[in-house]
Design a protein around this ligand. Sequence first.
Ligand SMILES: [Zn+2]
Length: 419
Amino acid sequence: MLSARTLPVLCALSLISLACTPPTGSQQVGPDDEVQAVVVRVAGALDGTGGRIGPSDIVVVNGIITGILPAGRGRGTVYDLGDAIALPGLIDTHVHLGWHFNREGRTQSAEVQETPQESVLYGAENALVTLRSGVTTVQSIGAPVDKELRDAFARGILPGPRVLTSLSAVGAWLGDDEAAYRERVQELAAEGADVIKIFASASIRDGGPPTLSQAQLDATCGTAAALGLRTVAHAHGPESARRVAMAGCTTVEHGALLDRATLELLAERDVFYDPNIDLVFRNYFENQDRFLGVGNYTEEGFDQMRAAVPKALAAFREALTVPGLRVVFGTDAVAGAHGRNYEELVYRVQTGGQPAMDAIVSATSLAAASLGMSDEIGTLAAGMRADIIATQGNPADDISALGAVSFVMIDGRVARRDP
Ligand SMILES: [Zn+2]
């Protein structure tokens, strides 16, 4: 990831928003060219760490926020967003960017052959609706198609969120030998994975028992850490999550059946918890006919998911009371759920009882921390990448305002601006 902080911070300190030398590694600007600043003028802002800011001009130069000034003080091309409230672009730490309904309206499967070209365009469509909904970074958990999407969006022409991807996953299919787990992690790192996805438990549709031993998890997360890669582990039940925590993995995904002792262990071991408690289930139920009959999407599997909903909600509520536990935003968005990511946050607040500001932090600075990107995204401050969204209404007062996104900027480029 680029590190472009130092110079823009100096620019901001001197309150000069024009003619700051652009950070290296960004678009081509000659040393004598004047860099045009863009000013996002808003009635207020949430900084992503729990802070509220009054009427502001957020000054952006070359894709980086160079300063946040009182409204009216910024110089440059002004996007006056009226009474809108700005906040950092949302970060969804768990999506499946490529999952889509195919030309027959069913979730993709081997039954309907698709060309790679078709598949990548479905992924691009998912990415566009995700970005326009206000999610500027996703961690896709993960398929090979993510790589081309990630790299294409990073070129800055095709609109899409910043993508981090696991490309594939590590799981019990590798066999008993720990060496196979080390090798697979090394392969994925070489292929360009940003993160390693691990199936440490079975699906909730199969009851979610552990599938990997402590030694296998130690090998996987230890090898990844040595390579500088984070690890996210699908783990539904307490035993699988406990092994994940003891192995030093980065994040527990889902954790629908976790008890207090396990949640406390996650806090103690500094493991992030990414519960997915609403959107993924509700989307499956709403689109049941489009999934039923594919893989483990059986009537029984759907019954298991229905039974899991109240358990996942209970685990989430318990998690909010565990001191020091870092609960991050992730949806597990599959076909049908892309672009509706924020609905998970609305549920967490309105049904789960999380304070709205905490939910926003979980999807901004805290999510960035879980991705190891705190220095770049998730906070509105000088030196951060200009991932800025704006809503009609203040989501810290009414979380449903996240459904009224009217402006989206990523890396300083405007991806949405409603009249
Ligand atoms: Zn998932």
